[in-house]
Write a protein that binds this ligand. Structure first.
Ligand code: F0G
Length: 459
């Protein structure tokens, strides 16, 4: 290409104003929300990087699909379009619409989970882990060693550790493992991609033991794009072909369409096994809805079908991955410690290295999250001891391997100057890092505590 600037491959037709507030106002809002940014009002946030989930801007074609949605209770034309698009993408026989990803997880693990069962994954996302555990089963993560080291630069840090997985199956017994999951990209492990080779080898290994492979496919297109850019033999393939190959190794998948479906709500469970599908549909009818709409309206099904086509546009993916990388590069240049290389949907600050004077039990990630909001009105999310911390039998906090702060970039929402502003704020917080102080939790729920926990600064 002649010019080096990668531009947003769209123009803006409709805008949504964002509101500036003062640092004093934000300090007050933080106090009122007990230093938990999930409890802030979104209108008090300037740049919202809490999540890339359900925050995408839809295209004019998707909005047209919204008008075109068929709201028939049964047999809606929108369902058949949705089903066709998902079947063409995944190659899977059964497509079960759900209102979001975790509803698909709930159905899957209600059937396959239960006491004594073990579910391996490269890294479970928090809702996936919660759904596995809620069923009575145990969720176990097998990230690779390099996936646990923020400053090690490697192409596929999202991979599942196959040697550990095999040892685990041998030790714990294949009959106790109803399925194995691979999360693409590996969200909790830094938004890092999984290689095709790793998915293929995982499938081969699992086949030996008769264990099905499921993809947690939320960010399948971003993962496929990384494969195209980084894995030998894929450069000349289209992202669609790569995505199809990824799915071809799986027996099923759970999908939150709120990410690479480019919509604000929706998801599905897709699988090949007839018996499992029929059990899933029975639960779907009780908890979500009739099989041709699940938890969704016809209009949502249209928007997802359209989004799943648009997300495979390579101009879009080039811009998407570059905009995240651009933020990562700026932060690295300023010396800010991040998980390297940057992930597909987010830049993850390495809170341990950012604020080494704050121990994990004083939640360094939470401190940085609060400070990004106070100084710049930016909302990020802690992915560390708050989200994944557990207590041992003596009540001591057991921390996860990494203390991260995720700056998730919504799809097609922010422009380059927004990203420049984010970089400036992160750098300002980093410059004042020695003055940062930790937090303590004063109230928490027994499960998924990060959503509602209340904090107090340690003075
Ligand atoms: N799996 C992964 C890898 C996810 O990132 C998410 C959601 C889910 C499953 C659940 O999907 O929200 O539609 O029920 N991740 C969001 C996030 C919430 O902020 O990363 P859901």
């Amino acid at each position: 290409m002649k010019f080096k600037t990668i531009i947003e491959p769209f123009k803006i037709k409709s805008i949504e104003p964002i509101r500036s507030t003062t640092p004093e106002e934000r300090a007050q809002y933080l106090r009122e929300s007990h230093y938990n940014v999930f409890l802030l009002r979104a209108e008090d946030v300037l740049i919202d990087l809490l999540t890339d989930s359900g925050t995408s801007a839809m295209s004019s074609h998707q909005w047209a699909g919204i008008m075109d949605g068929d709201e028939a209770y049964a047999g809606s034309k929108s369902f058949f379009r949705f089903q066709r698009v998902v079947q063409e993408l995944t190659g899977m026989k059964h497509v079960i619409p759900t209102h979001q990803g975790r509803a698909a997880e709930k159905i899957l693990f209600t059937i396959t989970g239960g006491s004594g069962k073990l579910v391996p994954n490269n890294t479970h996302f928090d809702t996936t882990r919660a759904n596995v555990e809620y069923s009575g089963a145990q969720a176990i993560d097998f990230p690779t060693a390099e996936g646990r080291q923020p400053d090690v630069i490697a192409d596929f840090k999202g991979n599942i550790d196959l040697a550990q997985l095999e040892r685990f199956i041998e030790e714990r017994g294949k009959e106790n493992i109803p399925l194995c999951m691979i999360t693409v990209t590996n969200n909790s492990g830094g938004g890092q991609p999984v290689s095709m080779r790793n998915i293929r080898s995982a499938k081969e290994l699992l086949s030996k033991y008769g264990i099905p492979l499921f993809l947690d496919a939320c960010r399948f297109a971003e993962n496929a794009f990384f494969i195209k850019k980084r894995e030998q033999g894929y450069h000349d393939k289209t992202v669609r072909e790569i995505a199809r190959e990824m799915f071809s190794y799986a027996d099923g998948c759970t999908m939150s369409a709120k990410k690479d479906g480019l919509v604000n709500m929706g998801g599905f469970l897709a699988l090949n096994d007839d018996h499992l599908a029929s059990q899933a549909r029975n639960i779907l009818i009780v908890t979500e809805g009739f099989p041709t709409y699940g938890g969704l309206s016809g209009r949502d099904l249209e928007a997802i079908a359209q989004g799943l086509e648009e997300v495979l546009d390579e101009n879009y993916l080039t811009y998407r991955i570059r905009s995240v990388e651009y933020l990562g590069e700026k932060l690295v240049a300023a010396g800010v410690p991040i998980v390297r290389p940057p992930g597909g949907h987010a830049v993850y600050l390495d809170a341990r290295a950012f604020a080494p004077h704050i121990p994990p039990h004083e939640y360094p990630g939470q401190t940085i999250v609060c400070e990004l909001y106070r100084q710049g009105g930016i909302r990020a999310v802690e992915i560390g001891s708050v989200m994944f911390g557990k207590y041992d039998s003596t009540g001591n906090l057991v921390s996860p391997a990494m203390e991260l702060v995720r700056l998730a970039i919504p799809r097609r929402v922010y422009t380059q100057s927004h990203i420049d502003y984010v970089s400036e704020v992160v750098q300002a917080v980093f410059e004042g890092r020695k003055r940062l102080k930790g937090y303590k939790i004063i109230e928490e729920a027994p499960i998924l505590r990060h959503f509602t926990a209340k904090f107090e600064p340690i003075i």
